[in-house]
Design a protein around this ligand. Structure first.
Ligand code: 1GP
Length: 244
């Protein structure tokens, strides 16, 4: 069965999804042992692995460990082709639609394609849209692109629609990891009303209320990175409901 089909099915059933983002640069073997039980106790439905840089080469090892001790689907969320791991279940094949840097629109994808061809990873074409999160985030500086302005949802809608028409299977609205401000709810709402494909939202969501607000605005899958990294008990006793 495919991870994407399950995401589609969840959307149809109005069942919300939650991903925990793990950045290999910030995980060490011993902390992984502490983190895994917390993931299993959380309402997370997916694990995303990636980061803007990823300087370590321990991705395979981390994923092998996760696969042994969790049952969640593991998707790569790569900043560049060096972050491909055959150990994962799938990959968000990202194109940075909000930017005008050809490296992140097509160059990295061309380099990654022959590598991916040799793997069994499920490849999920994803339109990645960076929205200004109030501060300079790693993804903006590493990709050398300018995020879309916060208060012009029309540009975000047009960009998301372009992604859908180009064949993207997911749209990912991103304020950037550690953003001061998460994606405006109005933008989530307008984008979700205008596209037919599932909508991922992440970046700068700091509490359970922020997750619930993103769902209520129309996010199908929310990503939590920094908040869980700072506090592995983030989800404990949260009563976060993923069902209506
Ligand atoms: C980054 O959207 C994700 O790509 C997660 O962001 O680390 O701010 O939760 P945070």
């Amino acid at each position: 069965h495919s991870i994407y089909n399950e995401i589609l099915q969840s959307k149809k059933e109005k069942k919300k999804l939650l991903a925990i983002l793990l950045d290999p640069d910030k995980i060490f073997q011993d902390s992984l042992q502490n983190i895994i039980p917390k993931i299993n106790q959380s309402p997370a439905t997916h694990i995303f692995i990636g980061g803007s840089l990823v300087l370590t080469n321990n991705i395979d090892e981390i994923i092998r460990e996760l696969k042994q001790k969790t049952t969640l689907p593991i998707l790569l969320f790569p900043g560049n082709p060096s972050q491909i791991s055959i150990e994962a279940h799938g990959i968000l094949f990202l194109t940075l639609l909000s930017g005008r840097n050809p490296d992140f629109l097509i160059e990295h994808q061309v380099k990654a394609a022959p590598i991916l061809k040799k793997t069994n990873l499920e490849i999920i074409s994803t339109g990645y849209i960076l929205i200004d999160g109030g501060n300079q985030t790693a993804v903006a500086s590493v990709s050398k692109t300018i995020p879309l302005p916060r208060h012009n949802s029309d540009i975000a809608v047009a960009t998301a629609l372009a992604g859908e028409f180009l064949g993207n299977k997911l749209v990912y609205l991103e304020a950037g990891s550690g953003a001061n401000l998460s994606v405006p709810l109005e933008t989530i709402s307008l984008v979700s009303k205008n596209i037919g494909i599932p909508l991922i939202v992440g970046g700068g969501i700091k509490d359970i209320q922020g997750i619930e607000d993103a769902y209520a605005a129309g996010a199908d899958l929310v990503i939590i990175g920094t908040a869980f990294e700072n506090d592995p008990n983030f989800f404990i006793n949260s009563n976060l409901m993923l069902h209506d």
